[in-house]
Ligand binder design. Structure first.
Ligand code: SAH
Length: 273
């Protein structure tokens, strides 16, 4: 960990024993399906021609502003989430050939058979996961993402939560995300490599957990790593159908689950590759 840049460290995974994680919490009813690179060096001002008003930076800012307008029309309200979506350069998280489509509301391939989530889905999940946090508590909040992928959602989360950990099971994507995120210098975001079924106990308890891949159920370790009063948002598969579940930990031994929108995510897999 010490050899890595301080802004992003790879967390070693510690196994969560079955006994420690406990059985399925009783409260959760199983049936309740309830950039632009700044190339201006330290040259003297007289040597520098003014930047044209339409560089890649400005073009992508405009595209992001249009994307956020669409999100607002779609019902997104949280000003901090909107601001984060305006700031994070999504085109830096997809390969160059797809960059022109980066601000469309679509999932795009990121390699390894995975996809970058749709902007509207990212915004919706983050808004749901933090709706219980008053503005004053957001800076001190702790959040976990399962399924880093290319790192886009992690970057948006790092702009709204106090501390963020994101875990990915595919080594190639974990490294890709590290590269994509480097220039953003998000000092409050750490990337972990491992199977997210176990969560990341080192960072628990979490005020918010976002799962970016669909499983049949919410893993017990994730339920246990929620803070009492915290929220988890995850796509849950029921046969071929998937729906977004919002889980609230209302007491130490009680979780409440609400089923929300129909969604489409890549499957949550076991182990690492
Ligand atoms: N968060 C990404 C979406 C990535 S797609 C974004 O910002 O767009 C979902 C990711 O979940 C994939 O990269 C996949 O490899 C990962 N994944 C699937 N099962 C996992 C598991 N058990 N633990 C950690 N990551 C997992």
């Amino acid at each position: 960990m010490t050899r890595r840049p301080s802004w992003m460290a790879s967390l070693p995974m510690q196994p969560v024993s079955g006994a420690a994680a406990g059985g399925r919490p009783k409260g959760l009813r199983p049936g309740a399906r309830s950039g632009a690179v700044d190339r201006r060096g330290p040259a003297r001002t007289a040597d520098i021609a003014p930047l044209p008003p339409s560089g890649l930076g400005l073009a992508s800012e405009r595209a992001r502003a249009r994307m956020v307008e669409t999100l607002v029309q779609g019902g997104l309200r949280d000003s901090q989430v909107l601001d984060a979506m305006l700031q994070v350069p999504r085109h830096q998280f997809v390969e160059a050939a797809l960059a022109s489509r980066a601000y469309e509301d679509v999932a795009l391939p990121i390699g390894h058979g995975q996809t970058i989530s749709k902007p509207s889905t990212v915004a919706r999940m983050i808004e749901l996961a933090m709706a219980h946090l008053p503005a004053a508590q957001r800076a001190g909040s702790q959040a976990l993402e399962v399924g880093t992928g290319c790192g886009y959602q992690a970057a948006v989360m790092a702009r709204v939560f106090g501390q963020v950990i994101s875990i990915e099971r595919v080594r190639g994507l974990h490294e890709q995300a590290r590269g994509n995120l480097r220039s953003l210098r998000l000092t409050n975001l750490r990337l972990a490599f491992g199977d997210g079924h176990r969560g990341v106990p080192q960072g628990a308890p979490y005020d918010a957990i976002l799962v970016a891949a669909a499983g049949d159920t919410v893993p017990d370790a994730l339920l246990e790593q929620m803070r009492v009063g915290g929220r988890l948002v995850a796509p849950i598969a029921d046969g071929a159908r998937q729906s977004l579940h919002l889980v609230e930990r209302v007491a130490a031994d009680e979780w409440q689950s609400t089923i929300l929108d129909a969604v489409r995510f890549v499957p949550m897999r076991t182990g690492t590759i």
